[in-house]
Design a protein around this ligand. Structure first.
Ligand SMILES: Cc1cc2nc3c(=O)[nH]c(=O)nc-3n(C[C@H](O)[C@H](O)[C@H](O)COP(=O)(O)OP(=O)(O)OC[C@H]3O[C@@H](n4cnc5c(N)ncnc54)[C@H](O)[C@@H]3O)c2cc1C
Length: 401
């Protein structure tokens, strides 16, 4: 029988994994299952669209190594396949003295990770970005913007041309491992596979539990990121030319509300980070009883809440009050007024949470039996997707021999 790999999840990581498999194991058949009617409709199609340069991440971590390599491979992929991107660069702006100290630490990290950047003082910052204020900034020229939905589409075109079977509207709902392989149960009947890859994003813990019989070690905590469009009067000159980020708080895995220019010409403020009430919780109205019950019965959730209730409360307030959101933006760009902020579609991050209440920081990929699970692939997961895909594909290929 020809070896067949079934990839569960048609987001950017599932697609990149399938692409890497077609190169690493051209003899193996690959099937991608996507439960939605379209590819890339969750995290991949609802993010900030930034090709991160890799400066934030702990040197030696998977985020740092795959993120830095992924930045280069994503830009190469876009150039080779005619996908529009723009290397606009970014400024990380320190507003307080403490943030200025942290900026120095970030510059050191960038150097360890081999990412080009430089510290600029208040005066130079004003010359680079006249509408931005702060004490100092880190300029990162390599940061770029792209539409990851288009990247996913580009990957899917290549996959179809290589004979990969992409099945939309088909969910993997059961996994049964036997001596000869795995049977993947789908809503459209069973599929025989030699290996399975779980790239189910917000549902990846649930798919992992289809074959892992042990106690839950991690769950996916869905953190919604809300955005506002910054609306400018017709004909107004651009407000910023680079992306404008705050200095992140090292305690949290999120980067803080930032200003992002989109590749289609819009200007976005966000995302914040509020716990969503469903895995597909794109607004406060989206509530899922099963998702909530799974979180409420996981000890890590309560430990996380006990540790971070203060910050959680601040994020909640910012979610409900546009003015509070505006204040976060005005710290760096004071000319933006509340009535220029118009709600835009949100995204939900798949963030793995441990029993101890820790938000896992790094990418986590595990193999058990004939299944490779992508357990944690938050930002910069889209940037690093081609490199993550190579790693996951190599793990799956090893199961075919
Ligand atoms: C608000 C926000 C901003 C971000 N900004 C950036 C950024 O600027 N730059 C960056 O690099 N990264 C960013 N990220 C992170 C990035 O979007 C993710 O790392 C990346 O998209 C993860 O891809 P994925 O394929 O794992 O997940 P997804 O894109 O969520 O794909 C998973 C897919 O699996 C499918 N699925 C689930 N269960 C099943 C099943 N049982 N059967 C079949 N299919 C199933 C889902 O429908 C979904 O399509 C951001 C994320 C968010 C949410």
């Amino acid at each position: 029988m020809t070896a067949r790999v079934v990839v569960i999840g048609g987001g950017i990581i599932g697609l990149a994994t399938a692409l890497a498999l077609t190169r690493q194991r051209p003899d193996a058949g690959v099937t991608v299952l996507e439960k939605e009617k379209q590819l890339a409709s969750h995290q991949t199609g609802r993010n900030s669209g930034v090709i991160h340069s890799g400066i934030y991440y702990r040197p030696g971590s998977a985020k740092a190594t795959l993120g830095v390599k992924g930045h280069a491979s994503m830009i190469r992929f876009c150039s080779e396949h005619g996908i529009r991107y723009e290397q606009c660069g970014k400024l990380i702006v320190a507003v307080t003295e403490l943030e200025q100290e942290r900026l120095g630490g970030l510059a050191e990290r960038a150097a360890s990770n081999g990412v080009r950047c430089r510290l600029v003082d208040r005066q130079e910052m004003a010359e680079l970005e006249p509408n931005v204020t702060g004490r100092a900034a880190l300029e990162v020229p390599g940061t770029a913007i792209v539409d990851y939905r288009q990247v996913g589409q580009g990957m899917a075109d290549l996959l179809r041309a290589a004979g990969v079977d992409i099945r939309l509207g088909q969910a993997g709902v059961g996994l049964a491992e036997g001596p000869a392989g795995v049977t993947v149960k789908t809503n459209d009947g069973p599929l025989a596979a030699s290996a399975v890859v779980n790239c189910a994003g917000l549902w990846s813990d649930r798919v992992a539990r289809l074959h892992q019989r042990t106690r839950r070690q991690v769950v996916i905590a869905p953190f919604r990121g809300e955005y506002y469009d910054v609306v400018r009067p017709p004909g107004a000159p651009p407000l910023i030319s680079r992306l404008i980020y705050p200095v992140p708080d090292p305690v949290y895995p999120f980067l803080g509300v930032h200003l992002t220019r989109g590749i289609h010409g819009h200007l976005h403020a966000g995302p914040n980070a509020v716990l969503a009430l469903a895995r597909h919780g794109y607004s406060w109205r989206d509530v899922d009883a099963r998702d909530l019950a799974e979180l409420a019965t996981f000890p890590g959730m309560w430990r996380l809440g006990a540790r971070h209730w203060r910050e959680g409360g601040r994020e909640l307030y910012r979610s409900l009050r546009r003015h509070a959101f505006g204040e976060a933006v005005r710290r760096m760009v004071p000319v933006i007024e509340d009535d220029q902020l118009v709600r835009a579609p949100s995204g939900v991050r798949a963030q793995a949470l441990s029993r101890r209440g820790e938000l896992l920081d790094d990418f986590v990929i595990e193999t058990s039996g004939r299944v490779v699970d992508v357990i944690n692939a938050p930002s910069p997961g889209a940037t690093a997707s081609l490199e993550i895909g190579e790693v996951v594909a190599a793990r799956a290929a090893a199961l075919l021999d």
